[in-house]
Design a protein around this ligand. Structure first.
Ligand SMILES: Nc1nc2c(ncn2[C@@H]2O[C@H](COP(=O)(O)OP(=O)(O)O)[C@@H](O)[C@H]2O)c(=O)[nH]1
Ligand SMILES: [Mg+2]
Length: 326
């Protein structure tokens, strides 16, 4: 594969080149990995930056419908929008992608949009790297906005927030009891809470839900990197499109404020360091799975089981074998 050629075609905005490059970064093969690393280095020179928006919400809350409406709203204003999905469970619930395709039909046909479903990979560490690299490729390809969608499974929200400039939480109108169900952690990482389905019969419930969450957000400590009034809760309807323009206004206000205050580059630098360390951690974990490491672990493990070695003595021995003892 000609990496220089591929990188030039990505920078020229060729969708097929972008799709191919994402397939390359998704591959687990060692030779592909080396090519992917070279490719990411090559496209970095383009120096392009997109607004990265993370979006989370439980299944059924309307993420796909929202992305279709919101994405079209942005492409309608002349922007190029990429959508990446992170679903660590997609290996099991493979059917959801089909549903998403039909819900994002118009957006997937829009020449200014690029939609990439989640790969069937179950390891969150692998998904994180793949998504992060796909984001970088989309930025190099000249997309103005990259939406990273995730279902709220396990640590996937925190992971997506760590690669986003803005993080949105989509919620459905619900009674007061369900409000308690949203974990404090996710409230703390959300920049905007969007109460979706604020239309028809659900409007009054949505209004109450939105007020409840606004109240809950006010109780959180104000963040230094945010202007007055953030984080916020707003009502939207992915079906009627009410509130989409207002939501976009809030996003740009927040993004511009953070840029003007210098929080933006600082946050990106922190994220880059985080992912560097995370890659090292993942690399060390991969060493533990290697056949030779497994064999050594088994041999020492047996000695521990037989009482010939204490667990700590065996661990010390193992770590020195790995060159990781202090
Ligand atoms: N009334 C109403 N229904 C919606 C809205 N957004 C999504 N839905 C419906 O909610 C269901 C789940 O939507 P979907 O986008 O697949 O949710 P996802 O699982 O979060 O991707 C579908 O039947 C949608 O038609 C909305 O704004 N208003
Ligand atoms: Mg969906």
């Amino acid at each position: 594969m000609d990496i220089q050629d591929l990188s030039q075609r990505i920078i020229a905005g060729e969708r097929r080149a972008l799709a191919r490059a994402i397939t390359l970064v998704e591959s687990g093969r060692a030779d592909h990995r080396a090519q992917a690393t070279a490719l990411l280095e090559a496209v970095k020179g383009a120096g392009r930056e997109a607004l990265r928006i993370g979006l989370s919400g439980t299944p059924g809350v309307g993420k796909s419908t929202f992305i279709e409406a919101f994405g079209l709203h942005l492409t309608g204003q002349g922007m190029k929008v990429a959508v990446l999905a992170v679903d660590p469970s997609s290996a099991r619930s493979g059917g959801s992608i089909l549903g998403d395709k039909t819900r994002m039909e118009r957006l997937s046909r829009d020449p200014n949009a690029f939609i990439r479903p989640s790969p069937s990979q179950s390891q969150l560490g692998g998904v994180a790297r793949r998504t992060r690299e796909a984001v970088a490729l989309c930025e190099a390809a000249g997309f103005d906005v990259v939406l990273i969608e995730t279902v709220g499974v396990g640590q996937s929200e925190t992971m997506v927030a760590e690669m986003s400039d803005l993080f949105l939480l989509l919620l459905a109108p619900a009674g007061g009891d369900e409000l308690q169900g949203v974990k404090r952690g996710i409230m703390e990482i959300a920049d905007l809470i969007l109460v979706n389905k604020a239309d028809g019969e659900l409007k009054p419930t949505a209004t109450r839900t939105c007020a409840d969450y606004s109240g809950a957000l006010r109780l959180l400590r104000k963040r230094v990197q945010d202007p007055e009034g953030f984080p916020k809760a707003l009502m939207v309807s992915a079906v009627t499109h009410d509130g989409l323009e207002a939501a976009w206004d809030e996003m740009t206000t927040l993004a511009e404020w953070r840029k003007a205050q210098g929080h933006w580059p600082r946050r990106r630098a922190e994220q880059a360091r985080h992912w560097f360390e995370e890659d090292v951690r993942q690399g060390l974990l991969a060493v533990l799975d290697r056949a030779d490491t497994r064999a050594a672990l088994d041999a020492l493990g047996q000695q521990v089981a037989l009482g010939e070695l204490t667990p700590s003595a065996a661990a010390t021995g193992m770590l020195s074998k790995l060159g990781a003892s202090d």
